[in-house]
Design a protein around this ligand. Structure first.
Ligand code: HPA
Length: 244
């Protein structure tokens, strides 16, 4: 039986009715909410909504160290993260679901390490490939078996938020080689690497990046896109658990 830690993002703050819900603390403070335990196709699933059960925690205020620590302590063998993102590559229209293979970290001031000489002994983890190849492959295969189109690969620029970007910032992201922009993959992915948890992500394109559309980005449209896309995300995850 595999134990997968699923971190839900915007549009996926709830998974369903849990078997049990464990309120937990960590040496780094409380995680975003109780760790919820679900049965999924003969496996156990630990679900944690990144922004809290009421979606009240902004990207820069998420206690990423506590979230990863809590999933690790409760026995997760891997982390699958769901992230709402903007499309920087204009070919990635709202509703597209991407399995990125690279990222660039533009965040600042977040508690971002267990290995910084204070939280734990100083270490420099290898991070050339920030997403785990094996779990990326499993997600792509799950997409195929669920009949849900997934884009294989992409570079996710992670910005500080909570505001959206300027048009110039999105143009710079594109020049840097980013195809997507989000606010929450870092330091989450690096912390997972520090504790040795394979980490992969389904990035759900909620909107075109700032300046790429004639219309300003509308939060209402974002919510609509995410509502529809999360049904497909659930189908991919169901196929992933079925195949484990
Ligand atoms: N930028 C950053 N994060 C996001 C966006 C965006 O345009 N859309 C959804 N999350």
């Amino acid at each position: 039986m595999a134990l997968v830690g699923l971190i839900g993002g915007s549009g996926l703050d709830r998974w369903g009715e849990p078997l049990r819900s464990v309120t937990t603390n960590t040496p780094f403070g409380p995680p975003s909410g109780p760790v919820q335990v679900f049965a999924a196709r003969g496996h156990e699933l630990l679900f944690l909504p990144r922004h809290g059960p009421d979606h009240a925690i902004a990207p820069h205020r998420v206690n990423y160290r506590a979230n990863i620590h809590a999933l690790f302590e409760h026995g997760a063998g891997a982390v699958v993260a769901i992230n709402a993102v903007g499309g920087v590559d204009p070919g990635l229209a709202p509703g597209a679901i991407v399995v990125p293979d690279q990222l660039i970290d533009y965040t600042w001031g977040r508690e971002h390490s267990f290995r910084d000489g204070e939280a734990g002994p100083l270490d420099h983890v290898e991070f050339a490939a920030p997403f785990d190849d094996d779990w990326r492959t499993r997600l792509l295969a799950a997409g195929k078996s669920a009949g849900v189109a997934l884009t294989d690969g992409g570079c996710l620029g992670v910005t500080q938020g909570p505001r959206l970007e300027t048009a110039a910032e999105v143009r710079r992201l594109a020049r840097d080689g980013c195809t997507l922009v989000g606010m929450t993959t870092m330091p989450e992915a690096a912390l997972a690497r520090e504790v040795g948890l394979p980490y992969a992500c389904l990035a759900v394109v909620a909107n075109l990046g700032a300046g790429l559309d004639a219309e300003p980005i509308s939060l209402e449209a974002i919510h609509q896109v995410l509502d529809e896309a999360m049904d497909r995300v659930r189908r991919v995850l169901d196929a992933l658990f079925a195949a484990l």
